[in-house]
Design a protein around this ligand. Sequence first.
Ligand SMILES: [Zn+2]
Ligand SMILES: [Zn+2]
Length: 278
Amino acid sequence: MNLPDQVALGTMHGKEAAIAPPLGSIGISLTVPPGLNTDAFGTFTGETSRRGSMLDAARAKAQAACEITGLAFGIGSEGSFGPHPAIPILPLGREVLLFWDNVRERAIVEQVVDQEPCFVSCIVAGYEDLDAMLARMDFPRTSLVVSPTQPGGISTKGVRSASELQAAIAKVIARSHDGRALVQTDMRANHNPRRMQMIGAAASQLAGRLKRTCPSCTAFGWGLVSVEAGLPCSSCGEPTALVQFELHGCTACEVQERSPRRDGMLEADPAQCQQCNP
Ligand SMILES: [Zn+2]
Ligand SMILES: [Zn+2]
């Protein structure tokens, strides 16, 4: 089965800027359907919460893009941001890119983890409280969102100048009960250059993967489909929660191959072991 030359991309936040170049290099051009409201699948600012997992949201966007355009293949992307699981004072970002094959009804998924996402927030009593936060991000290249501290209020998104920011904060504070406003980085791709860069990295991975074919059925998209935990502890030999094997496979015929970790790590640090370091 040959790679398609046209693929629908389900975005309304300009993600084609990051995804089109890597896919163009393997002969795929993107069609962005007009009028697709991807906010219906979830927003970062909480007006619409995401139903299901990141993968569910990315798949829903890809399928909606196929439906509107009538194309047989679609791409959806989804990001998620929160505290780093190991070091909660640091943020962690995750980007999923899902290629949907509407003919075989199968997905090909690539993801990247961002250890340094542009994801910051703070609660302020005035514009002058923002100095520390602004020093940690590249405002106004990355936009800001100003919201009431209580959930359910109306946010001003895409704030890109100091005067706009001042006005938005003053407005929220004037209407608030606590004299405060919540200021956060805008995580929509076209407002957050760091996010766009990571989506581009995921798209490069996806392009590489689409070029790899299944050794059994020759379908495109051979690559990492799953991992198996259980890397043994270097001290006691018990299995840990760290990845031991990678499963590479084909989502068209379900053939899989098990291989050791790509980074060659064969044993886990006892610090990661439940027996040695409970
Ligand atoms: Zn151990
Ligand atoms: Zn196959």
